[in-house]
Write a protein that binds this ligand. Structure first.
Ligand code: ZN
Length: 453
């Protein structure tokens, strides 16, 4: 056992799991289903208002995640016009500590739903310029969710009636916005909240072993196998299109899947059009079987956490099997890691396939990212500034960034947003680094040797 433990060296640190004893989600009474893409607003937030809010959030020490999200919305005029005007009122901002739990739980969230999140955390002033946490009655946000203030404390109630506290950060200089940091999360999309509750429950009941435990066990079970010298493989990819009933048919045609594989092979062979350097991973993917199944377990939001789906993709040597099902508003896709040897599941939302209905996301990049996880890659922010993604030639990041272009990582460096393992829009994603490729082969050699020739 000691040998097994010793193999977990610094190179191999695993994702840090936040151990929250409380979920700290503000309870929303009348959350309503939002449209897939938020509509254009008659009075949207202006560019100047955006910049004032971003500057204000940037001055606080624990709101960097929401600052990044504002950056994503504000950098693009079309996105900004979908956000109702945020001024003359009270804005509650999710603090980094809780957004990190969100990051670790919700893979590839649909970032357009951050617009809903902001609208559901913004309230018009009450009588005398008061904010809803100071009152006694439930208040309705600009987005339409209703929340209940705590009794005698500054904050909002969670679903058990406990108080989630708020801290005043002051008022913005010109748009008269009172800003409060929240010791929890407000305005989450319904699908996201479902995932976070499931993850929290699994942790609480102890039904889910920690990643480190799993890793140690697996490191031992593969004995002395430390990697492989092989640097090319052709892997068969099966697609299973899973519908919850005979009356819901996800669109995933042969043409779409074939196009997805073509793009995947371009990306993994380093031939994707890219302004920054990229490399050939050595992996190639070939079309396997396409099948259709009907199973209520594939109802929205379908997830790799639901191990009942495994029966549709039984493990088969040399193959990767993708389940296409409605993952909701996030994750767009989701994958087990290579070292999770028990199951090898990968789910993908049909909307993000090539020619899929989400035009801003249908460039095939979601599968490229998820397959990166499947082959052993982490996000650059997995260990935050203290190790990033266990790869030397990618910059560590403090938290995910959703916008394109050069940006600060929050760890004293810059990053250009082109790496497939980031969360930039698909149009910016085009590169893997040599370090990532080395890690893919090392992880494949250790944990998924059946994919090797
Ligand atoms: Zn990811």
């Amino acid at each position: 056992m000691l040998q097994g433990l010793l193999k977990v060296d610094k190179e191999e640190q695993l994702p840090i799991k936040q151990k929250k004893s409380r979920l700290s989600l503000v309870h929303a009474h009348n959350r309503h289903q939002r449209p897939d893409v938020p509509p254009i607003q008659a009075s949207p937030t202006t560019d100047a208002e955006c910049r004032e809010i971003i500057t204000f959030l940037g001055a606080a020490s624990n709101l960097s995640e929401m600052k990044n999200i504002w950056g994503f919305i504000c950098e693009d005029a079309d996105r900004r016009q979908r956000l109702k005007e945020i001024k003359d009122g009270c804005l509650y901002v999710n603090s980094d500590e809780y957004m990190r739990f969100f990051d670790e739980t919700v893979e590839q969230p649909d970032p357009l739903h951050f617009i809903d999140m902001i609208e559901d955390s913004f309230f018009a002033f009450g009588a005398g310029g008061t904010c809803p946490h100071e009152g006694a009655l439930p208040a309705t946000s600009v987005g339409g969710d209703s929340v209940t203030p705590c009794n005698g404390e500054d904050g909002f109630a969670d679903s058990t009636g406990e108080c989630i506290k708020v801290t005043s950060l002051g008022t913005t200089p010109t748009i008269n916005l009172k800003v409060y940091a929240l010791d929890g999360l407000i305005g989450l999309d319904h699908d996201w909240e479902t995932r976070m509750r499931d993850a929290h429950h699994a942790h609480e009941v102890g039904g889910e072993s920690s990643l480190l435990d799993t890793h140690e066990a697996e490191a031992e079970s593969v004995g002395d196998v430390e990697g492989t010298d092989i640097r090319s493989a052709r892997v068969i990819m099966d697609f299973v299109i899973c519908n919850p009933s005979r009356y819901t048919r996800h669109r995933a045609s042969y043409g779409q899947l074939q196009r997805q594989l073509t793009l995947l092979n371009q990306a993994y062979s380093g031939q994707y059009p890219c302004h920054s350097p990229t490399v050939d991973t050595g992996f190639r993917f070939a079309m396997g079987r396409i099948s259709h199944v009907v199973d209520n377990q594939c109802k929205r939001p379908c997830t790799v956490r639901n191990k009942a789906l495994e029966r549709h993709v039984p493990r088969e040597n040399g193959k990767i099997k993708v389940i296409i099902c409605d993952t909701g508003n996030g994750p767009w896709g989701e994958s087990d890691f290579a070292y999770e040897q028990g199951t090898r599941m990968l789910v993908l939302n049909p909307k993000v396939l090539p020619y899929g209905s989400r035009r801003d996301m249908n460039q095939g990049a979601v599968l490229m990212h998820e397959l990166g996880h499947y082959l052993g890659l982490f996000h650059h922010w997995q260990h935050r500034c203290g190790g990033g993604d266990n790869v030397d030639d990618t910059p560590n990041m403090a938290n995910p960034k959703y916008d394109c272009g050069w940006r600060q990582t929050g760890c004293g460096s810059w990053q250009d947003g082109s790496n497939f393992m980031g969360y930039a829009p698909p149009t910016c994603l085009c590169a893997f680094t040599q370090g990532q490729v080395n890690r893919m082969w090392q992880q494949t050699g250790r944990y998924t040797r059946d994919l090797l020739p």
